[in-house]
Design a protein around this ligand. Structure first.
Ligand SMILES: [Zn+2]
Length: 122
């Protein structure tokens, strides 16, 4: 018989218990390990796309000094309320140049990517 203690010794006990609970739920719902792998792969792709979108948003250059201007979302929760309809602000990390926007962040990301393609072609 396999040495269970040696096989699982590097995992915290709570994770082993979580695994048993998950295993029972999957078995009950007729989900096998390949279904689970597929689901996890799809989630990873969705997260990677989301990260790509955000990195496209933050790659804009400052019109004053040319430095990188990250886009910081605002009005997303109680801690970053601005008292207006802004969705985000571009802030230059070198000179402090600010540009506020009320466009949905998804639109900004799309326009930003379109702008980069335009630059390459033009
Ligand atoms: Zn600047």
């Amino acid at each position: 018989m396999a040495d269970i203690g040696a096989a699982i010794k590097k995992y915290p006990f709570g994770r082993i218990q979580d695994l048993l609970v998950l295993y029972e739920l999957l078995r009950r719902d007729g989900i096998d390990i390949d279904d689970l792998r597929e689901h996890v792969a799809a989630r990873r792709e969705a997260i990677a796309r989301s990260v790509q979108m955000r990195s496209a948003v933050v790659s804009r250059r400052c019109p004053d000094c040319g430095h990188r201007m990250p886009l910081l979302p605002v009005n997303t929760g109680p801690r970053d309320q601005t008292g207006d309809d802004s969705t985000a602000v571009w802030i230059c990390q070198r000179c402090g140049h600010e540009e506020w926007t009320d466009q949905p962040i998804e639109f900004i990301a799309r326009d930003n990517r379109a702008g980069k393609r335009g630059c390459k072609n033009g």
